[in-house]
Design a protein around this ligand. Structure first.
Ligand SMILES: [Zn+2]
Length: 117
């Protein structure tokens, strides 16, 4: 029993390191050089097929311009409210997810290499 409880506490403590909770506004993210991409992914039961088939109706990813976001929303705008303000121009969905790229993370570095930076 003691061991199980200890493991859960360690897991929770470890997770907190990967979530940069200190960055909460557009202005902070912009100054730290974060990049944001918006993704629209709309899936549902495929028409004219068996019920277990899932069709992808829209899968759109676009790079968001952080500087424009700061200018239009303000540098105090909370990052967690950004998703609710976006709408996919292709399908009209408002179920948008935002993927942040933090400089120095493995993903951001591999992206810079691809772009020849
Ligand atoms: Zn869409």
């Amino acid at each position: 029993m003691m061991h199980a409880t200890r493991a859960i506490i360690d897991l929770a403590a470890g997770c907190s390191h990967f979530v940069p909770m200190s960055v909460q506004t557009l202005g902070e993210a912009f100054r730290l050089g974060w990049r944001a991409r918006a993704r629209c992914l709309v899936t549902g039961p495929a028409p004219k097929s068996r019920h277990d088939r899932i069709a992808v109706f829209c899968d759109t990813v676009t790079e968001l311009d952080m500087k424009t976001l700061v200018w239009t929303r303000g540098d105090r705008f909370p990052l967690d409210q950004l998703e609710g303000r976006l709408k996919c121009p292709r399908c009209g969905s408002r179920q948008i997810k935002i993927i942040f790229s933090v400089p120095g993370s493995p993903e951001a570095q591999s992206q810079q290499k691809r772009n020849g930076m």
